[in-house]
Design a binder for this molecule. Structure first.
Ligand SMILES: Nc1ncnc2c1ncn2[C@@H]1O[C@H](COP(=O)(O)OP(=O)(O)OP(=O)(O)O)[C@@H](O)[C@H]1O
Length: 545
């Protein structure tokens, strides 16, 4: 028998009814499956709410059957257990209870409630197909000082849009600072133990690169308004992470001093000294053991560094030509190391015999721009150029401070891979120090108030966005104390005796121009081969000065 055809009053379709029903049911089943999947995704995404929902259901059920008194009892027991936990393990209680409660509260009350409005008013909502595409709030995590909010950008945006809107976002959510990061701020944890392989697999998925996610860090309470106390001296300096201060998210700020040179820029009295002394403090144990040798140059006549003289293996503050000698000796040491390490390793590992040499220069501009004697200035610029271009891998590092980061003043600025920007006087100086676009990405070093001495913007490893830190303040008494406790052992290669600066001739003979004259070779590796030295036209009967 033929199945009946679809037959409406005015329309006849030559299709059997069973086929129509089959197609309709299949369509509805697909829609239902999609709905179930969406519900499951929603439930998984909001897994944090599950315990709360279960608790409410149980509470309602208990209330129906037993009334209020079981709730009261549970509350009393929970309060007693909480008090005991707080008393015995305050840190874990704060981490697992207090901060989680703050997180839940702020996620619901501050961010979820105001999200749509704030995003719209900050111009971050996109219009498409008569609808709106709002950045999606994914998670909120609070610490005592910060809220870290993760969002997913709608299509057609990139993190720069959020960096530009950072100030609007900060004020929209009732804070003063908002930092925007385009990548995860913490690396995947290091796993060990029997289940490490499994956890590593999970981490590989959890910590995969997510280009559409943006991390907003709102600074709720600025921990950097208070002076940071000196940090403990590490028993053995870890050159990959020297603790120097505090980050605005309350983590300890660690500097990587391996195979790099550091330039510290900051207006006068903004705390360049505190960067240098924090660094020396973190190296102090290595200085005492001879693993690190600090050679210091203080062109300001010793106003900054003289107080810690015993910490330095070599130190000059009064004589320009001895400063040039010190730098040329460092070049000689670097060359000697080059001979030994060539073809064996690519980065020098510090040992007591071949220590890490850190050349600290308090005001590098005084050596490169303001020094009146152009001959010495050229020697210094030449030696610094060599050290900065070749010394990092050979364990001869330069840490220099300057008030003015302009290239006309610090000609070797671009050879410093690591930069620190303390409070600066000019907006333009920020990009000069930290690189193009750093200010747009949040390094507002020109807005650091006068009271923010020691506050700086730095670039952390693997992150293009600058972070705000405050260096620990090392008072003079503590520097004296460090100098007494961690004095540098005597150099194996003795420091040359200070020689009085030769009287400068009123005018150079001949054409009156300054001629470059290399320093005589004092140590094993000369700056120039002897053949070349002899070939030079030296005064005093061919004796080098
Ligand atoms: N990290 C810090 N925390 C709090 N106060 C600081 C900090 N660093 C410096 N100061 C204060 O600022 C003053 C100036 O500091 P410092 O001499 O280090 O600045 P500077 O930039 O080296 O100055 P200059 O340009 O004269 O060399 C110090 O006397 C101290 O009172």
């Amino acid at each position: 028998m033929r199945p009946p055809l679809v037959n409406f009053r005015r329309l006849q379709v030559a299709t059997p009814w069973p086929l129509v029903w089959a197609v309709t049911i299949a369509f509805l089943l697909v829609r239902l499956a999609a709905l179930v999947v969406r519900l499951a995704v929603w439930a998984v995404r909001h897994w944090r709410a599950w315990p709360g929902v279960v608790l409410v259901l149980v509470a309602v059920d208990v209330h129906r059957s037993h009334g209020w008194w079981p709730h009261l009892l549970v509350l009393l027991v929970a309060a007693a257990a909480g008090g005991l936990w707080w008393w015995r393990g305050r840190d874990s209680f704060h981490r697992l209870v207090v901060l989680r409660a703050v997180t839940v509260w702020r996620r619901l009350w501050v961010y979820r409630r105001q999200w749509h409005e704030a995003m719209t008013l900050c111009g971050l909502v996109k219009k498409y197909d008569d609808g709106e595409k709002v950045p999606e709030l994914l998670s909120v995590r609070c610490s005592y000082a910060t809220d870290e909010v993760v969002l997913r950008m709608p299509r057609g945006q990139n993190p720069e849009v959020y960096q530009k809107a950072a100030r609007d976002l900060a004020y929209s959510f009732g804070t003063r600072h908002c930092r925007v990061f385009s990548g995860r701020r913490h690396p995947a944890p290091h796993r060990s133990g029997r289940l490490a392989w499994l956890l590593r697999l999970v981490d590989r998925v959890r910590f995969r690169d997510r280009p559409r996610h943006v991390w907003l860090v709102f600074i709720r309470r600025d921990p950097l308004t208070r002076i940071v106390a000196p940090l403990p001296v590490p028993a053995r300096p870890d050159f990959t992470a020297l603790p120097l201060g505090l980050r605005e998210d309350l983590a300890v700020y660690c500097l990587r001093l391996l195979a790099t040179h550091v330039l510290v820029g900051g207006a006068t009295r903004m705390g360049k000294g505190s960067v240098i002394w924090s660094l020396i403090r973190s190296l102090a144990a290595g200085i005492r053991s001879g693993l690190v040798r600090v050679w210091a140059i203080d062109p300001k006549g010793g106003m900054e560094l003289a107080i810690g003289r015993p910490l330095f293996s070599r130190y000059v503050d009064d004589d320009w030509s001895r400063m040039a000698d010190l730098l040329e000796d460092a070049v000689a040491r670097m060359r000697a190391r080059q001979q030994i390490l060539r073809g064996k390793v690519r980065v020098h590992t510090p040992t007591v015999d071949e220590p890490l040499i850190v050349i600290v220069i308090d005001e590098i501009a005084a050596l490169l721009a303001y020094l009146p004697d152009s001959e010495i200035r050229n020697r210094i610029a030449h030696a610094l150029g060599l050290l900065l271009s070749q010394g990092a891998g050979l364990g001869v590092l330069v840490v220099a401070a300057t008030q003015d980061p302009r290239k006309e003043v610090v000609s070797v600025r671009d050879l410093f891979p690591t930069r620190i920007a303390l409070g600066l006087t000019e907006r333009g100086h920020v990009d000069l120090l930290l690189g193009d676009g750093a200010r747009d990405r949040g390094a507002l070093a020109d807005q650091i108030p006068l009271s923010g001495k020691g506050v700086a913007y730095v670039l952390l490893d693997g992150q293009p966005e600058p972070a705000r830190v405050r260096f620990s303040y090392i008072p003079d008494d503590l520097i004296r104390d460090m100098a007494a406790t961690f004095p540098a052992p005597p150099e194996t290669q003795p420091e040359p005796e200070p020689v009085p600066a030769p009287a400068k001739p009123a005018r150079a003979p001949g054409n009156g121009r300054h001629t470059y004259r290399p320093t005589p070779p004092k140590q094993a590796a000369p700056l120039l081969p002897p053949s070349l030295l002899n070939a030079l036209d030296l005064p005093n009967g061919g004796e080098p000065r």
